[in-house]
Design a protein around this ligand. Sequence first.
Ligand code: FAD
Ligand code: SIN
Length: 519
Amino acid sequence: MSNDYQFDVLIIGSGAAGLMSAIQLSDNLSIAVIAKDKILEGSSYYAQGGISAVLDPEDNFESHITDTMNTGFHLGNEASIRFMVEKAPQAIIDLEKTGVKFSNTDNKYDLTTEGGHSSNRVAHVADKTGQSIQVNLLAHVQKHNNIKLFEEYVAVDLIVTDKRCHGTYVLDKNSKEILTFSSKKTILATGGASKSYLYTSNPDTSTGDGIAMAYRAGCKIANMEFTQFHPTCLFHPHAKSFLISETLRGEGAKLILPDGQEFMHKYDERLELAPRDIVARAIDNEMKIHGFDCVYLDFSFKDAEWIKSRFPTITQRCKELGIDISKEALPVVPAAHYTCGGVDTNIDAQSNIKNLYAVGEVAHTGVHGANRMASNSLLECIVFAKSCAQHINENILENSSYVIPKWDDSRVAPSKEKVVIAHLWHEIRLIMWNFVGIVRSNNRLKSAYLKIQQINKEVDEYYQVYTVTEDLIELRNLAQTSKIIVESALSRKESRGLHFNQDFPNQLNETENTVLTKA
Ligand code: FAD
Ligand code: SIN
C-alpha cells in the first residue's frame, strides 16, 4: 500500500465549483481540495458580470428556461436547464450565507441584463462578482476542520480500474514529487480549456486538464466543438486577457468602428444584446472586411461618477493602461472565453466512471447547448456543486480494496530543453486560433486535425522519456483537449450556435450532442 494521502473526497480545483462542493459536503467527511496554482487563481475569481437567477417578481422560471434554450440553439437539455433555473434563487441564498453581498438599492437586488436574457436577472457585486464569491467561499471553507487545502498541487492522472475511480496522482510543485491521493469519491472541478486558443479572456489555469484526464480515464466527453468567444476583450499590448464585461452593453454601451459608426444593426435586431456567438461573429466580420485590428466599445456618454461606482475594476484597469473609459471608446476584440462542452454528467454531476464526478466549466451538464447564455456559468457551478455534494452525502462511501501502485518514474529523466514545450504550446494555440476559431471550414478543420495529431504524437513521445513537470502536464492536456475540440468540430455537419462552418452553413432540424470516448 503506497497511498501518500487518503481522503473520503478529493476535489480537484478551487474555483467556485470546487469550493462550493467542499462547503456542501457533510462535516463528517474528510475532504481535500487541490489547486495547481494559488487557491484563488482561476476563472471564477475574474468573473465580472454576475450570476443569473429569477429574482424579480416580474420575471419567471419559464422565461429563464426559454432564453437559455434559445441562446443554446435548442441543443440544451431542457430537464437539466429547468433543474438549474429553479434552483437559481436558492443558489443566490447559498452564496449570501457565505457572506457574498450582491449590489442592491433599497434592499432590492440591482439586477442587470446581458445577451440573450429577456429580463433583468443578473445579480452582481459591482463588476467584481467572481472575486467576492471566491473570497467568501474560501473564508467559509477555512472554517471547516475537515477540509484540507493543497495549494500548488497539480493533478496528473486519475487512477481508474474497471470503470471505477480510486484517486489521483498529483505533482507537488514545490517538492517536485508525484504523490498518490486515494479517495472514495473524486470531483473534477478544473475549469475550462480556453487556453487552447492564442487569445483568451481566461487565466493560465484553463488548460483543459480535467477534460483530458477524464478522457484518458474513459469518460464520455460531450460537445467540445462549442468554444465560446467573448466579443469584448480589451485590445492592448499590456492587457493580457482583460475582459470588458458584457454588462457594459447591458447598461447601454455601443459597439462602433474607428470612425464612430455603429454596426450591430446589420447583424441582429437585438443589437449589442444579441447572444455572444452573433456579436463575436459580427465583430470578426467587421474586422476582416475593413482590415481592422479591433473595434471599439463606447460608454463615454454615461456619467463618469456612475461608471466608476458601477464598474470600478474596469475603470481602474483601463486607467492603469492610460484609457479613460468615461471619455473615450475602448478598443476591443473577441477572445476564447468558455468551454461549453466537457465531461458528460447527469444532474448529480456523476460521470460514467463510478465514484468520479465533474462540476463547473469542466462538466457538460447539458445546460448550455450550442452557446452558453451570459451569467449562467457561475450559476451552473453553484447549483451542480450542491447536487453533487448531496449525492455524495447520501451515498455510502465504499472502501476500495484496490492497492494503488506507486507512480513509476524509473524510466524517465529531467529534460534540458524547455524550448520544445514552449514551442509546441504556442503552435497549438496558433493552430486553434487560426483554423478552429470563430468561423470554420472543412479544409481548415482537416488541416488543424493533422497538425494537432502530429503534435500529440510528439508530446506523447516526450512524456514517455522526460520527468513530469507542470508545463509538460499542461502541454499534454492542452494537446489532447485541442484534438478533442477539432474531432468534435469535424463531426458536426451543420452550423449551430458557436460552431459556424462555412461549408455547412445551415442548421439541421434534428441533431444530437457530439460524444467522444477514448477508443
Ligand atoms: P475555475 O474557476 O476556472 O477554477 C479551476 C480550478 O481548477 C482552479 O483552482 C485551478 O487551479 C484548478 N485546476 C485546474 N487544473 C488542475 C490540475 N491539473 N490540478 C489541480 N488543480 C487544477 N460566468 C458567469 O456566470 N458570470 C460572469 O460574470 C462571468 N465572467 C467571467 C469573466 C472572466 C474574465 C472569465 C474568464 C470567465 C467568466 N465567466 C463568468 C465564466 C465563469 O467565471 C467560469 O466558467 C467559472 O467561474 C468556472 O468555475 P470553475 O470552478 O469550474 O473553474
Ligand atoms: C461578462 O461579464 O461579460 C462575462 C459574463 C459571462 O461570461 O457570463
